[in-house]
Design a protein. Structure first.
Length: 159
């Protein structure tokens, strides 16, 4: 797990450096682990140049070791403790008109792929995603997704 810890530290430092340069006078509130975990799920299905570029950006070494390390990290984070509550919840949402290649996000990230109608019903998707986040956080985080206008053109993930 030290590999993923080192990778996440390098990614977090670069992320904060980039964000602080973009907004030098402002505060920054992000979760680098959540971002790197989400990108790692995408990386699981990446191939060729896309995989190489993602690995470089995320400071990953190649191979399944990264995903096994994330699996262990997620298990450690989600294990109960008497002194604190820390929970990492993952889910992928994909446009229901796309045909995604099967990936093993459930095995490594305890995340399923939920097909939704981003194109025809973006408001319903927003409400569904926010409802899922509320359930996972016991209503501590509400209205996380305010705008759904994200489009990925990832030929490696869509058949």
């Amino acid at each position: 797990m030290s590999t993923v810890s080192s990778s996440n530290t390098a990614f977090a430092l670069e992320l904060f450096r980039t964000l602080s340069q973009a907004n030098p006078a402002g505060n920054i509130f992000v979760s680098p682990l959540s971002i790197s975990s989400a990108l790692a799920m995408v990386y699981l299905g990446a191939k060729g140049d896309t995989a190489a570029q993602m690995a470089q950006a995320l400071s990953f070494s190649s191979g399944e070791g990264v995903h096994a390390d994330f699996q262990k990290l997620n298990a450690d984070i989600n294990s109960p403790s008497a002194s604190y509550i820390l929970k990492l919840a993952n889910r992928l949402y994909g446009e229901n008109t796309a045909h995604f290649l099967p990936v093993t996000t459930q095995k490594y990230y305890q995340a399923d792929l939920k097909a939704v109608d981003f194109i025809g019903a973006p408001e319903a998707c927003r409400a569904e995603i926010n409802s899922w986040v509320e359930q996972q956080t016991e209503i501590l985080c509400c209205d996380v997704l305010l705008i759904i206008k994200l489009y990925f053109s990832l030929e490696h993930f869509i058949t």
